[in-house]
Design a binder for this molecule. Structure first.
Ligand code: GLN
Length: 484
């Protein structure tokens, strides 16, 4: 079992102990051995990966390497990558080879980080279990009868199984943090607008945000340094000074004020999760943090508001998939209307259709005021709750998910039960705040438990500092599933 972090791989490359080609060959072999059990990757293309690795080695030989040049990474199949099949987990895009790079992909290329492949995900990132993928479910490496969480389940499972050192994910309502929790890895969703959405296939544009998934907070900081930054091609990208997200990692936690929202610790939290989160709180006290109780009174309404806003935006975003310009087109149709209808009926899966129908409904004349407008008002109240809490504390702490990994099929026929998987994560997206999940224990069945940190706007460096200090004092992030 390899405990190799991005940081360690970068050091080995810098000292000449290994080459990018060697590293990529090693990880490609691990993918070949491990992926049949996991179904974490949709596309692997060894030739393409090795060509990128050779280019990275050439860059290093020419003394032109950056800090992470040559370190491989996998990308969620929601990011358009030139020359790579980019499916978004959907039959609709099963034939789509992207002609261009997403901003995030371009940043990783510029850093010289070879792509190990494209990871499995819920169709159009709609789901919490990776079961809605057209390519079949991903399995949790800790127990193959269980889901890895979702929608970035392929990325989370691949990192947990150490068949990639890190991966990208996206988080609209919890899709980085919840799978990170269920697979025992570390994942970060940045402040809305910090990572460009250009070339990241849109689900709900006012909520979607890309971020890193890795084994440690330190790795997430290094990766965020690559991903973050202004991009004029995304109108919601924020024009800010470039930050070094590793700058605060070593800062001691003495005097840190940790806010515990009382709404996160009530009924609904499984016993083992509550115990592990309590133990983490004790650990933070030992590190010098001060605990304050805070309240997020409207957070209980976040799932309801989200399931109006996210489908509304999805129904609009997904209208572009019409069978005309790219993607799936039905082979058999009489006229244009029938071509549209059949292409969409055959190309989209059930959950995507459910969201399009809900979204179209809540935006329609007569219902807009009753649903969409109300949800937007709730969204504002939720953001105000956080603003009030951050007057009393520096970072908010709680569970990431109400339970550990559930069984495949367990919630597949009950959409509302599935939606509640994100009960602790969704408010963060509605407010546009940064959040992360890190491993903090194992339940009675040996399944990982995730701890969530939520920061104020642009406090990623501080949040990563808090997570890193916790990881220096504990070893939960080093626990790996048996057999990988
Ligand atoms: N599980 C949530 C949903 O299904 C969030 C998904 C996400 O963050 N992409 O919408």
């Amino acid at each position: 079992m390899s405990q190799t972090t991005i940081k360690q791989l970068a050091d080995r490359l810098a000292s000449g102990k290994t080459s990018s080609v060697e590293l990529c060959q090693d990880y490609l072999a691990r993918i070949q051995a491990g992926n049949p059990k996991l179904n974490a990757f949709i596309t692997v293309d060894a030739e393409r990966t090795l060509a990128e690795a050779r280019a990275a080695d050439a860059r290093r030989a020419a003394n032109n390497a950056g800090p992470l040049t040559g370190v491989p990474i996998a990308h969620k199949d929601i990011f358009c990558a030139e020359g790579w099949l980019t499916t978004c987990g959907s039959k609709m895009l099963a034939n789509f080879v992207s002609p261009y790079d997403a901003h995030v992909i371009g940043q990783f290329k510029a850093a010289g980080m070879p792509c190990l492949g494209k990871t499995n995900m819920d169709e159009f990132a709609m789901g919490s279990s990776t079961e809605t993928s057209y390519y079949g479910p991903t399995r949790n490496p800790w127990d193959s009868a269980r889901v890895p969480g979702g929608s970035s389940g392929g990325s989370a499972a691949a990192v947990a199984a150490r068949i990639t050192p890190a991966a990208t994910g996206t988080d609209t309502g919890g899709s980085i943090r919840q799978p990170a929790a269920l697979c025992g890895i570390t994942g970060l969703k940045p402040t809305y607008g910090v990572v460009s959405r250009y070339g990241m296939i849109a689900f709900a544009s006012s909520l979607d945000q890309g971020g890193p998934m890795a084994t440690t907070a330190e790795d997430c900081a290094l990766l965020l340094n690559v991903m973050a930054g202004f991009d004029a091609r995304d109108s919601t990208s924020l024009e800010r000074e470039k930050e070094d997200y590793t700058r605060d990692l070593a800062r001691p936690l003495a005097g840190l004020r940790i806010g515990l929202p009382k709404e996160f610790f009530g009924a609904g939290l499984s016993g083992d999760t509550a115990i592990a989160v309590e133990a983490a709180i004790e650990q933070f006290k030992k590190l010098g943090a001060v605990i304050v109780e805070v309240s997020l009174p409207n957070s209980g309404l976040s799932v309801a508001a989200y399931y109006v806003i996210a489908p509304a935006e999805a129904s609009s975003n997904l209208s572009r998939f019409d069978g005309v310009r790219y993607g799936y087109r039905t082979p058999d149709y009489g006229d244009l209307t029938e071509m549209y209808e059949k292409s969409r009926a055959e190309g989209f899966g059930a959950e995507v259709k459910r969201r399009i129908m809900i979204g179209t409904y809540v935006l329609s004349h007569g219902y807009y005021d009753a649903y969409y407008l109300q949800a937007q008002k709730l969204r504002r109240l939720i953001a105000q709750d956080f603003a009030a809490a951050y007057r009393q504390c520096d970072v908010i702490l709680g569970p990431t998910a109400p339970t550990t990994a559930f069984k495949l099929g367990e919630k597949a026929d009950d959409p509302v039960e599935m939606y509640l998987s994100d009960i602790y994560t969704i408010a963060v997206n509605l407010a546009g705040l940064p959040g992360m999940s890190l491993p903090c224990g194992l339940d009675g069945q040996g399944l990982p438990i995730g701890l969530q940190l939520i920061g104020d706007y642009f406090s990623e460096a501080r949040m990563l500092n808090v997570a890193h200090q916790y990881q220096l004092a504990t070893d939960w992030h080093q626990r790996t599933p048996g057999g990988f």
